[in-house]
Design a protein around this ligand. Structure first.
Ligand SMILES: [Zn+2]
Length: 251
């Protein structure tokens, strides 16, 4: 069984008690942090010592997915200089934009390794695979398979019907629903609940969480749009909620 805890789901910038993107994935004795947005380190500290994270996966280099990485480095540096035994934490990340990655790569407390859509990471019985999303910079959805259970986090993406295949049969699917039909623009970099319903139904996934919610959009607008589409099993994220993800059913 995997556990996925929501540490942050705000899109773009944090608000009070609402960090930007961050998810703690736990299985076996592994703790993997997926994205490290603003406020995520604080939320993570409620459940574990951050230096015990085994690996970090960054889906892309937008600030709302990486901005706590700098202070995470300070945490490791300060503890090390105070005599704590600190191991380097591997970070898996997209290679572009190179100028942003280069700024962080000077931090000696992390080991950076790039991945792309062809990469597969096998760790202790789990398999991580990646799908390049439609977004202004290089960005990936992350799929984790472990003991017949599948978790997918789409990270940021414009509407992409091809995602239905990548997320197929997910037991837990966390998506970027940072757009609304009522605020549709010519060019969108996020996806609406209406578009997610179509992808979700095609994919055969079990549970879907509409995440990456924009702070100044009314939550009730997201709920109203999603609810108007008929019955489907969508949920809204909550900070600190932990999902148990296992094959067949979830709690
Ligand atoms: Zn983004």
């Amino acid at each position: 069984m995997m556990k996925v805890r929501i540490l942050g789901f705000s899109g773009g910038f944090p608000t009070a008690m609402r960090p930007t993107s961050g998810y703690l994935l736990t299985y076996g004795d592994r703790n993997v942090l997926i994205d490290c947005g603003s406020g995520v380190l604080s939320e993570l500290s409620k459940v574990m010592s951050p230096e015990k994270i085994d690996a970090i996966i960054l889906t892309h280099w937008h600030q709302d997915h990486i901005s706590d990485l700098g202070v995470f480095g300070y945490l490791l540096q300060m503890m090390k200089s105070d005599g704590f035994e600190i191991k380097k934490i591997p970070i898996y990340c997209p290679s572009e934009p190179h100028n942003i990655r280069a700024r962080f790569e000077t931090d000696p407390h992390f080991i950076f390794q790039t991945y792309d859509a062809d990469s597969v990471l096998d760790w202790e019985g789990s398999r991580f695979s990646f799908y390049k999303t439609i977004h202004p910079i290089e960005c990936y959805a992350v799929r984790v398979d472990y003991l017949n259970a599948r978790f997918v986090y789409t990270s940021d993406t414009a509407y992409d019907p091809m995602l239905a295949e990548f997320v197929r049969d997910s037991n837990l699917l966390i998506v970027d629903a940072g757009a609304l039909e009522s605020r549709r623009k010519d060019k969108m970099i996020h996806t609406t609940p209406t578009e997610w319903r179509e992808i979700y139904l095609k994919s055969g996934s079990k549970r879907v969480v509409l995440s990456h919610l924009i702070p100044y959009y009314d939550l009730s607008d997201t709920v109203a749009e999603a609810s108007a589409l008929g019955i489907w099993h969508f949920e809204l994220p909550k900070i600190g909620v932990e999902y148990s993800v296992y094959g067949g059913q979830e709690t």
